[in-house]
Design a protein around this ligand. Sequence first.
Ligand SMILES: Cc1cc2nc3c(=O)[nH]c(=O)nc-3n(C[C@H](O)[C@H](O)[C@H](O)COP(=O)(O)OP(=O)(O)OC[C@H]3O[C@@H](n4cnc5c(N)ncnc54)[C@H](O)[C@@H]3O)c2cc1C
Length: 450
Amino acid sequence: MLTSDSRAIGRVVRPADADWDDARGTFNLLVDQRPELIAFPADERAVAAAIAHAQALGLRVAAQATGHNPGPLGSLEGTMIVNTSALAGVAIDADARSVRVGAATKWERVTPRLSALGLAALHGSSPDVGIVGYSLGGGLGWLARKHGLQAGTVTAIELVTAEGHLVRADADHEPELFWALRGGGGNFGVVTAIEFSVVPVRELYAGALFFPLERTAEVLHAWSELLPALPEEMTSWANVIRFPPFPEIPAEVRGRAFAIVMAAFLGREADGRELLAPLRRLGPQLDTFAPQPPEALAELAMDPPDPLPYTTAHALVDALPPTAVDALARIAAERETLTLVQLRHLGGALARPAPGAGARATLPGEICLFGLGLVAEPDAKAAVVADLDALSAAVAPHRVGDYPSFVEEPADASAFFDPATWARLRRVKSLYDPRDVFKGNHHVPPAERP
Ligand SMILES: Cc1cc2nc3c(=O)[nH]c(=O)nc-3n(C[C@H](O)[C@H](O)[C@H](O)COP(=O)(O)OP(=O)(O)OC[C@H]3O[C@@H](n4cnc5c(N)ncnc54)[C@H](O)[C@@H]3O)c2cc1C
């Protein structure tokens, strides 16, 4: 029975409260999110109380953990945020190679512990990202070409529905909901816990080759020409990074720009070295490759740990012919507003749907482009957007889709799925949230009634 009692929620922060600005802050300082109120439930009953209270007030509910992708939510007028950062808990079963975490958990709480056991999860570039949000969106990380998306490792999800029921979704219980959650995001309820499998890592050779910015074209050409020869055990990303002049950034890169190829190779050092020889022959000015424990992958991409003001661009592309590489290299090297231009090698397991996979089973394309520009002053945004648009235009003829978790603006989510998957997602939404209480960060509406 759904009853509304705000006292049962626990901590609730409202606009007049002293901690309001702190509570509504996100990882992207450019996003000024203004929900009606923010609940911080500490257990499943409190989550149910928050959902009931929102509906009693005529509000929608948006679940949020770390605020790493608040942009797609758009206006939060008429919306309560259910912030899951108090739903703690980590349990690792090394023998079963499985992990269960509460919805508050960031990757940084899990990866070092797994590493000590010779295990790795399919986390992405930042240890600060929330496991639930990452997994519900797909999850594209360092071992992706060998092991696919993180969503494919998820074995069970517990969530509180619009009716206030705590539901466990797995292959045997609520299978349609289980399918939809693995890619359909936060549209079906507030997830309280998630379970997933992890992989053994016996040998890992990983690191980065740094080149001067002026050599960007040479590096990007050499990298893109190398890709067809790389086995699935190798996942590599080519980047142009302008490290901001912030004191917390290591002195040797602070305030400087580089073309950088990073990679994780599941195998022996000698084999990894041989595969990367064409890049090393270019003569990098810094080479950090070495046999590493899996936890080294958490910092390999050098993602920023603290919130920043930024805007982004993204595309999945099926090929990078030399003309596109030239255009990308020119834009990345010349446009100083572009803090990061990143090309991730896809394919391998990312292109193969696994039996029993969820709504986001694969990603189309060979390359994932992601661009990010810091926006120090609001007035500077137009120039950054123009440079990001130039980046997108350079790959437009080869664009085959988007990875929703890298789309950081409100968007029509139907474009992210094939028609059959989209229709199925909307049917599941109708079954579990027919009144559209939950606002995921790419919205799936209920199916229209016939
Ligand atoms: C610096 C940085 C690095 C990143 N690197 C990668 C990467 O390498 N690979 C990759 O795939 N992605 C990456 N991402 C994208 C990231 O996976 C998504 O932004 C993800 O949604 C973040 O989840 P979160 O919980 O941390 O963020 P939040 O903004 O808190 O949540 C994002 C969305 O997830 C859903 N959600 C979160 N928690 C719950 C819950 N308990 N119940 C229901 N829904 C919930 C909601 O729809 C919410 O709007 C990165 C993002 C950033 C900012």
